[in-house]
Design a binder for this molecule. Structure first.
Ligand code: GLN
Length: 446
């Protein structure tokens, strides 16, 4: 009731929820109350959370921020939705997001932009802007999110919350609407690493319904939170502190890293020489995969269908032209182009090769260090509307986050000292399946 009251009072100005499920939330909470009284609580019994609107929820609209799915109600729950419900969580509703998770500002949503709770004239980041703003404004205790190129970490940074993108394959993608399947990963945003650990403990783990799900045992993330950091080797990639980074963000991030030295960690300068190529590589690979994934929205099986189609071709064309917004259409066009005969070798194949080089950079780095640290985003939250007609400048927001998705590594963002009253994120990147270490490192700072 506390959270529902806050949503009713504060969300009209923020727009962080697409759907509020007040009735079912109260009914689940009622059951949670009875479970607690009977002494049989699960790990998350009664904890009020929200789901990004990319996760299918049975009986509750799943729009993915798109007009295409405005009327879509999934007949099943995504695996992570199912697991969190089984652990006892109460779902308050579904959070706003960039359309099909394409964006860095939450401005491509069919449901309108989300506003940053720290300054309503600014963006919350994206694509999980609704989840980040909702956690920051205390409209839920935690929220699920997804990260294809930075969509958990960048909005977490811009809204001053903690977000973790686990290793590729760590959390099931089953029931999570696909954007770029080789990069997409589910994760969580919360007020702290400790809260995130409680949620991730329930979300993570093998799922036979997702063919890329990792069959690797899940350690107890909560147990590891207080581990000692003496001897921890922190790598600082010189490429993450160069031109393009707001100097005051660099200072705030370095001040946090100094605190790690005080906790016994050792700083090592490293290099990720191919990292400047990560944004261009991503904008070949991600659109290529999205052009394929989004082919299913054809106006026939489900989703938006145009009125009075003349014939099948007209049905396809108008349903897709009406259902998809401009950014999604741009990605489909780029993806179709880079995959077309004659361009495949020049763009797609070359991007795949560079993707491997980027992963190899990290492999070498993790021979020297335990975690890598740097800024999450080159700037603090920017003004709404300021980058919408300049896609390349929008894409550069993810300059520090995209490489980890290309490599499949886990990464997180935690709030450090603000700059001009706006939140700043410290990014912590770990080796494969080192989520426990990341959460531990984050928790010791917090
Ligand atoms: N901003 C990036 C994009 O628009 C990443 C989005 C994401 O991680 N889902 O593709």
């Amino acid at each position: 009731r506390h959270y529902l009251e806050r949503i009713a009072r504060l969300d009209p100005a923020l727009n962080s929820f697409i759907t509020v499920a007040a009735e079912s939330a109260l009914a689940t909470a009622e059951r949670a109350d009875q479970t607690l009284r009977s002494g049989e609580a699960g790990p998350l019994t009664g904890i009020p959370i929200a789901h990004k609107d990319i996760f299918c929820t049975q009986g509750l609209k799943t729009s993915c921020g798109s007009r295409m799915l405005d009327g879509f109600v999934a007949p099943y729950d995504a695996t992570i939705v199912e697991r969190l419900a089984a652990a006892g969580a109460v779902v308050l509703g579904k959070t706003n997001m960039d359309e099909f998770a394409m964006g860095s500002s939450n401005e491509t949503s069919w449901y309108g932009p989300v506003r940053n709770p720290w300054d309503a004239a600014r963006v919350p980041g994206g694509s999980s802007g609704g989840s980040a703003a909702a956690v920051a404004a205390r409209l839920c205790a935690a929220a699920t999110a997804s990260d294809t190129g930075g969509s958990i970490r960048q909005p977490a940074a811009l809204c001053g919350v903690t977000g973790i993108k686990p290793t590729y394959g760590r959390c099931s993608r089953w029931g999570m609407i696909a954007f770029a399947s080789s990069l997409d990963q589910a994760g969580v945003m919360a007020r702290s690493a400790a809260d995130a650990a409680f949620i991730l403990d329930e979300m993570a783990g093998f799922d036979e319904r997702d063919s890329t799900s990792a069959d690797v045992p899940v350690p107890d993330y909560v147990d590891a939170l207080d581990d000692d950091l003496h001897g921890l080797r922190i790598g600082l990639p010189k490429e993450y502190f160069g031109a393009g980074l707001d100097a005051r963000i660099g200072d705030a991030v370095m001040a946090a890293i100094k605190e790690y030295e005080a906790l016994g960690a050792e700083i090592v300068e490293i290099s990720l020489p191919n990292s400047p190529l990560s944004v261009p590589v991503y904008y070949v690979v991600a659109p290529a995969e999205c052009s394929s994934n989004l082919a299913r929205f054809d106006g026939v099986r489900y989703g938006h269908r145009c009125d009075n189609p003349k014939d099948l071709q007209d049905l396809y064309e108008r349903s897709r032209a009406e259902g998809f917004g401009p950014e999604v259409q741009r990605r489909i066009m780029i993806g179709t182009y880079v995959l077309s005969a004659g361009y495949y070798d020049a763009y797609y194949l070359k991007a795949q090769k560079i993707r491997q080089l980027i992963a190899d950079d990290f492999k070498r780095a993790f021979e020297q260090v335990d975690v890598i640290m740097g800024p999450t985003s080159p700037t603090t939250a920017f003004q709404l509307g300021s980058k919408m007609d300049d896609p390349v400048s929008m894409y550069l927001n993810d300059i520090y986050t995209i490489a980890t998705n290309l490599a499949g590594l886990p990464g997180m963002s935690i709030p450090v000292e603000p700059v001009d009253g706006l939140p700043v994120g410290l990014q912590i990147i770990g080796n494969y399946f080192q989520e426990a270490r990341l959460l531990n490192v984050a928790h010791r700072y917090q």
